[in-house]
Design a protein around this ligand. Structure first.
Ligand SMILES: [Zn+2]
Length: 297
């Protein structure tokens, strides 16, 4: 069986795997995200160390961003303007390609996760467009359209969309350094913590924080349903681990759409439209494997 490498390059850690799919992972490592030289060095060393026993045909990377996805650009495969100290203008793709001399596929972390859910979860396979949202430290959107991750001008950044914000109900000004009260500024993990002065995990399930959170997520999800007409929306990320939040979001989405869209998947079977990740917290790294499988030779 052909083996591939997968890297989920995150702001706090790089998850690296070698395998052929969800049921066949032969090696795995978690590498702390410190400096590019150290982290990329350890990542390369992981694959080199295993190469004699587990030679890989290609590698896929799903990276935090922003990243350059234009194959004809001189900075293709770079992490570009990230505010993360030391990581701006890092040639991630080139470093891996140079060290390992194998094809490297490159995309955003959320596009990789979307592709993982699309490629590996049998029930998702025919459901195109498929959207994957991560709601955690940040908010990001990956989109599969016509079977491939959506890029476009740069890549989707739906976490920064603007939403109704009633300041009489929620006077919190928002925490996005660029926009204040965009979706991420109102509803990502750090916003929850700043608004309520305690971490989301410590807020009880009946705390008003969760109804407000469901409302903001539902506004955004409804906007995405209008814009993409998706057949599947996967909600992942740490905030979505909160018990009951997924059901609240489904219910709020139905309320916002208000029967305007006549589809059974909205009016009746919304639990078939808006779902938790089929791959748990491994959508990203398994998506990176799926990207590697289709990397050009
Ligand atoms: Zn923003």
């Amino acid at each position: 069986m052909r083996l591939y490498g997968g890297i989920e390059a995150g702001g706090t850690k790089f998850n690296c795997v070698i395998g052929s799919g969800p049921d066949h992972i032969v090696a795995e490592a978690r590498i702390a995200t410190t400096t590019p030289a150290e982290t990329v060095g350890h990542t390369i060393a992981f694959f080199q160390r295993h190469a004699p026993e587990y030679p890989i045909h290609a590698i896929g990377i799903g990276s935090f961003g922003p990243v350059d996805l234009h194959e004809d650009s001189p900075t293709y495969g770079y992490i570009t303007t990230t505010p993360k100290p030391g990581w701006a203008q890092t040639d991630l793709c080139g470093a891996l390609h140079q060290a390992l001399s194998i094809p490297v596929a490159f995309d955003t972390d959320v596009n990789a996760a979307a592709f993982g859910e699309y490629h590996w979860v049998p029930e998702n396979r025919a459901l195109d467009p498929l959207l994957y949202l991560t709601i955690g430290t940040g908010i990001g959107l990956g989109a599969i359209v016509n079977g491939q991750p959506l890029h476009g001008l740069l890549h989707p950044e739906a976490g920064h969309m603007l939403l109704p914000h009633d300041r009489t109900i929620d006077p919190f000004e928002g925490s996005c350094p660029f926009h204040g009260d965009c979706w991420e500024g109102l509803a990502a993990g750090p916003a929850i913590e700043k608004r309520w002065q305690q971490r989301g995990e410590t807020l009880p399930p009946d705390h008003p924080a969760w109804q407000l959170e469901a409302q903001y997520i539902a506004y955004a999800v409804a906007n995405l349903i209008y814009a993409f007409s998706p057949q599947r929306i996967v909600l992942g990320g740490g905030v979505m681990q909160q018990a009951g939040l997924l059901d609240r979001v489904r219910c709020e989405v139905q309320g916002i759409i208000n029967d305007y869209l006549q589809s059974d998947r909205i009016t009746r079977d919304i639990d078939q439209l808006i779902v938790a990740p089929g791959l748990g917290n491994r959508s990203g790294v398994l998506g990176a494997i799926a990207l590697a499988i289709q990397a050009p030779r």
